[in-house]
Ligand binder design. Structure first.
Ligand SMILES: [Zn+2]
Length: 184
């Protein structure tokens, strides 16, 4: 287990250092834990979000959204993810087969996002299915290289040396004269 793991034994220190009633902190933990389960399910969320914004801009479609979900077990025999672009609904929907491991899932999502990216950048190629299939893989490789570089090189440097330092960082923040909710 990493030292940074959010465990109950850290709550008294968090409450004390930030000057919050311990019962408030204890109450927030299960709600946060439930929320964070959803965060863990958002694979490649930053790539997905940035692509969503790019497509909105490029297609002048402010409502454009990308969603993904797992196929219902037994409804399909496909081993590959599928994605559909619903232009009238401003929607790109990715469906991933169940029982994929995390790495397969991320690769499949990256490939499907690659289709959307290539279709957006090179609409003139849209009838060349083989080319699109290959370029979706190229996008997948580009994306996973960037992610690998981030996890191996950049993410470790963004991490504090101890979990207590994280509390101290926010203790500094809480010393500022704060504005109204959400303004600073
Ligand atoms: Zn494909």
């Amino acid at each position: 287990m990493s030292d940074f793991k959010l465990t109950k034994d850290k709550l008294p220190d968090i409450a004390k250092e930030l000057g919050v009633d311990i019962s408030k902190v204890v109450d927030l933990l299960p709600r946060f834990t439930e929320f964070y389960e959803d965060v863990r399910q958002q694979h490649l969320a930053s790539v997905m979000r940035a692509l969503e914004l790019r497509v909105r801009r490029k297609r002048d479609d402010p409502n454009f959204r990308i969603i993904w979900g797992t196929m219902t077990r037994g409804t399909t025999s496909t081993k590959d993810a599928v994605a559909l672009l619903y232009r009238k609904l401003s929607l790109f929907a990715i469906a991933v087969p169940p029982e994929m491991n995390l790495q397969q899932l991320r690769n499949h999502v990256a490939h499907e996002l690659g289709h959307l990216f290539y279709d957006t950048e090179h609409p003139e190629d849209k009838n060349d299915k083989q080319l699109n299939q290959k370029m979706a893989n190229v996008f997948g490789v580009f994306t996973m290289l960037e992610r690998g570089d981030f996890y191996k090189e950049k993410a470790p440097k963004m991490c504090n040396s101890t979990w207590y330092q994280v509390i101290n960082d926010f203790k500094q923040l809480s010393n500022r004269e704060d504005g109204k909710l959400g303004t600073s």
